[in-house]
Design a binder for this molecule. Structure first.
Ligand SMILES: Cc1cc2nc3c(=O)[nH]c(=O)nc-3n(C[C@H](O)[C@H](O)[C@H](O)COP(=O)(O)O)c2cc1C
Length: 170
């Protein structure tokens, strides 16, 4: 798929047909996350692929936003392995994990796999569900799968601001 199509046509899918993501496609999605850039190349992301019925049920206890997806990826990061920028007020954890997740979501669409970024979850319940170690923090959940018949972009997908509203040339 053309890159311009991937970035424009990807949308947040909120109704899946329940099929697990094809193994080869999943591998390519994970690979796109693996090669993402991170500050100082620390690669502090930690990725959990959730596919068993038991684990998916635990995900449901922490979020109402699985939408029938049978493959969910949790993107976390190791808080002990982040780069703290000079001044000590910011570190790389959230942004590096965000770049990884964005690579994966775009790779998914390129593979014909629909997705949705999920931030509405109970972090404590989710950490318990995943058996997350103390040093890891979850950035997001990624629903992955194939849109159910009739599902498609919501109306707000095409409602983006004009460049003139967000870009300044100095
Ligand atoms: C950072 C982020 C967090 C989001 N969290 C949720 C969520 O918890 N639940 C949900 O249904 N959709 C969530 N979404 C999807 C948005 O509702 C959707 O992306 C937005 O309305 C734009 O639509 P589009 O992705 O189809 O263009 C999230 C999207 C982003 C980028």
């Amino acid at each position: 798929m053309e890159f311009s199509e991937v970035v424009k046509d990807r949308y947040s899918c909120k109704k899946y047909d329940g099929r697990k993501v094809d193994k080869d496609s999943l591998q390519k999605i994970l690979e796109a996350g693996r090669v993402a850039p991170t500050a100082k190349n620390l690669q502090e992301q930690r990725i959990y692929v959730i596919e068993s019925e038991e684990a998916l049920a635990k995900i449901d206890s922490a979020t109402a936003c699985r939408y029938g997806a049978s493959t969910v990826v949790a993107v976390a990061f190791d808080k002990n392995n982040v780069f703290t920028y000079p001044g000590g007020k910011r570190d790389s954890g959230i942004e590096d994990a965000t770049i990884v997740a964005t690579h994966m979501i775009l790779a998914a669409y390129n593979e014909g796999v629909d997705s949705c970024w999920i931030n509405l979850f109970d972090p404590d319940k989710l950490a318990e569900a995943l058996g997350l170690p103390e040093n890891e923090e979850i950035l997001m959940l990624m629903d992955l799968g194939y849109a159910a018949g009739g599902a498609g972009p919501l109306e707000n997908h095409s409602r983006r601001k004009e460049l003139s509203e967000t870009v300044s040339y100095l």
